[in-house]
Design a protein around this ligand. Structure first.
Ligand code: PMP
Length: 288
């Protein structure tokens, strides 16, 4: 974890970084967040993350705490102070501190906190063999497009995955269609060679990695179809993988009891991961 964290205008030692107990994030999950990767000391797709942050704040009518320029300065300063070049920053904005009352307080001042951490080394075995995922009912609310800090269903899902020896849990809606992972977007490749992921409605978070991957897949000439797919289709898929800012592309080779493809990461997954990593390397090497 970071040695220094950012709390409302100040960089403080992580061990004493705190907000008030009546912060609405703490009491109502009334806040939003972003996780942004750093490659070689540079942010990966910062503009897209800031745009999504702005949208999340707007949908919840939380005041924008500061300009994009100021936020960027805070985040780069935080990364530098912690000596982190390859890792991620976590940024959280809550509606503010106010006496506990459900309706929005008038004049609440948004609380901004940020932490930074190094990337954990990726387990080479997980990459070589792919990982396991399980499927679970989606217990979340109807606005999953907002990146809110209300992550209890995600925490429960991840715990279920851990207890099943799995890396991720894919959630499915009432009609049996996969929505997304607890902290990642879900993709499959059908036996017909179509790359599929669910459209960005209110049922999922429109991942930044997801958005970038769609462009990379199109550039690579892969047949991409944006549509919902069922758990049954996923069990029978040739390939499956997840995307997120911190896992990039992670191949899934077992979904519940079903072996995906031949049980090894498929060609689309491997290729997209390599393409994504090459793009990160380019960002890392880019001149300021
Ligand atoms: N879906 C959910 C529910 C998530 O929590 C995340 C990661 N925060 C993602 C998808 C992936 O988003 P991104 O690519 O922006 O990290």
């Amino acid at each position: 974890m970071s040695r220094f964290s950012y709390v409302n205008g100040r960089f403080v030692r992580h061990g004493i970084a705190s907000v008030h107990i009546e912060d609405r994030g703490y009491q109502f999950a009334d806040g939003v967040y972003e996780v942004i990767a750093l490659a070689g000391g540079r942010f990966v797709d910062l503009d897209l993350h800031l745009t999504r942050l702005d949208r999340s704040l707007g949908e919840l009518r939380i005041a924008r705490p500061m300009s994009d320029r100021a936020l960027t300065m805070v985040l780069s300063n935080l990364a530098k102070r912690n000596g982190i070049r390859d890792g991620s920053v976590y940024l959280q904005v809550t509606r503010g501190v106010a006496p506990r009352d459900f309706a929005f307080p008038v004049d609440a001042v948004p609380q901004v906190v940020a932490t930074a951490r190094r990337f954990k080394p990726v387990d080479p075995k997980a990459l070589a063999d792919g990982v396991k995922a399980i499927t679970i009912p989606d217990l979340r609310w109807a606005r999953c497009d907002i990146k809110s800090v209300a992550l209890l269903p995600a925490a429960m899902g991840k715990q279920a995955a851990r207890e099943a020896g799995a890396y991720e849990a894919w959630q499915y809606d009432r009609d049996g269609f996969v929505t997304e992972g607890t902290s990642s977007n879900a993709w499959i490749v059908t036996n017909e060679g179509e790359l599929i992921t669910r459209p960005p409605t209110n049922a999922i978070l429109n991942g930044i990695t997801r958005q970038v991957m769609i462009e990379l897949a199109k550039d690579a000439g892969l047949r991409f179809v944006e549509r919902a797919f069922t758990v049954d289709e996923a069990h029978a898929a040739r390939e499956a993988f997840v995307t997120s800012s911190t896992s990039f592309v992670m191949p899934i080779t077992q979904l519940d009891d079903a072996t995906i493809g031949n049980g090894k990461p498929g060609s689309f997954s491997v290729r997209l991961r390599e393409t994504y990593l090459a793009r990160m390397a380019e960002i890392a090497g880019a001149r300021a």
